[in-house]
Design a protein around this ligand. Structure first.
Ligand code: FE
Length: 391
């Protein structure tokens, strides 16, 4: 038996934030990030709409990027004191991810991250509150997914939380919130969305329910990301919807080793953080070549869906990789880790350990081709130097 879960309601379009006027409930806590939602006036709008709907509103502000265990526990404490029946999370992936975890600790104060970390093992939520998410970036799609990532800085580990209980009840996908994204963030989050859709399409858990969402998302990214990057508002709007479709696909079909690699390399090097979407964009063509041994037919279908032609599945797969290279170049994304600025000595020193960690990542299990730590080390080395993947 398989399961397919999405939010009960999804409101979209410019001005769709206004739906909050019609939300029914008594108390709402708004979980937000560092200040852009406030600066651009969206936080005020949300507070006003909820007040108009008769809610008593409380704010939980300043959720940091890559939210911490401490922030989650503080948020849950605030919720236990205020007792909201709606949790409203808004902003980039971080405040929404944090709010999902706060929700679990609000309803089950005695739970632990170790328990929540076991995939699809959450206690039943919605005993105290429902959950609404409003994304301001176009990539993570956490507004429609069953996932959240919380960082334990003291232990130096990330807790990947996965359970359909944390799929929001309502998502508001209002493109006006994404209009203020800087160009670089637009490029990275857009390529993250493409990676979600491609990995979901070739995942071992792909299904007739997720395939159409993944293919449409892929077509939309190829159609709209370059113009969205340049600041075109219509393209920016379409990307906001396309990334959401990709989220619906991967929340149900899961991901693959592009994400395993991005998760374990993101904070691994002393030269600085590799943004998640940028890491995915670099790794995607290499991983497609590695996976093609098992999944060339599926990649060929993706290639055909964006109008590429070729005589064999392998030719189509190659053309798909060329297309991704072309888009990365347009978006000023480097082709290799070396070009990104990772030092060669440090890479060589750390690659074996990173490879072992990447193989153990939660996303590896649904990749269409199995991979050993030695193969992962070879693959990462290809992404460092830009050499051919021929194994
Ligand atoms: Fe991602």
């Amino acid at each position: 038996m398989a399961r397919f879960t999405l939010p009960r309601d999804l409101y979209y379009g410019k001005g769709s934030l206004e739906m909050l006027k019609t939300l029914s409930g008594k108390k709402a806590i708004i979980v937000v990030g560092g200040g852009s939602m406030k600066r651009f006036g969206f936080l005020d709008k949300v507070v006003n709409y909820l007040t108009e709907a008769g809610f008593i509103v409380e704010l939980f502000e300043n959720v940091e990027p890559d939210p911490s265990v401490e922030t989650v526990l503080r948020g849950a404490e605030a919720m236990r004191t205020f007792e909201p029946d709606w949790i409203i999370s808004m902003g980039g992936g971080s405040p929404i991810d944090a709010a999902k975890a706060m929700w679990a600790f609000y309803e089950y104060p005695e739970t632990s991250f170790e328990d929540l970390c076991i995939p699809f093992n959450f206690p039943t939520l919605r005993q105290k509150a429902k959950f609404l998410a409003i994304p301001s970036t176009s990539g993570t799609a956490t507004e429609v997914t069953a996932f959240s990532v919380i960082t334990d800085y003291a232990k130096g580990i990330k807790y990947p939380l996965a359970d359909f209980n944390i799929t929001p009840d309502i998502a508001i996908v209002d493109p006006e919130l994404a209009e203020t994204m800087p160009a670089m963030l637009t490029a990275h989050t857009g390529m993250d969305a493409l990676t979600h859709a491609v990995e979901a399409y070739v995942s071992t858990l792909n299904s007739p329910f997720t395939d159409p969402l993944a293919i449409k998302a892929i077509q939309m990214v190829f159609d709209y990301l370059p113009d969205s990057y340049k600041g075109d508002k219509m393209a920016r709007e379409q990307m906001h919807y396309g990334q959401c479709l990709a989220g619906m696909a991967f929340s149900n079909a899961l991901l693959g080793i592009v994400h395993s690699m991005a998760h374990k390399t993101g904070a691994a090097f002393s030269t600085g953080h590799i943004p998640h979407g940028c890491a995915n964009a670099i790794y995607l063509p290499y991983v497609i070549k590695f996976n093609a041994k098992n999944a060339a037919g599926r990649y060929a279908e993706i290639a055909q869906s964006i109008g590429l032609t070729g005589a064999t599945d392998h030719e189509l797969t190659q053309k798909l990789c060329d297309k991704i290279d072309e888009y990365n170049a347009k978006l000023s994304i480097p082709k290799t880790l070396k070009e990104f600025g990772i030092q060669e000595e440090e890479f060589k020193e750390k690659v074996a350990n990173i490879a072992a960690l990447a193989v153990g990542d939660a996303c590896t299990g649904s990749n269409p081709r199995t991979i050993t730590p030695a193969e992962m080390e070879k693959l990462l080395t290809c992404t460092y130097y830009g050499t051919e993947v021929d194994f």
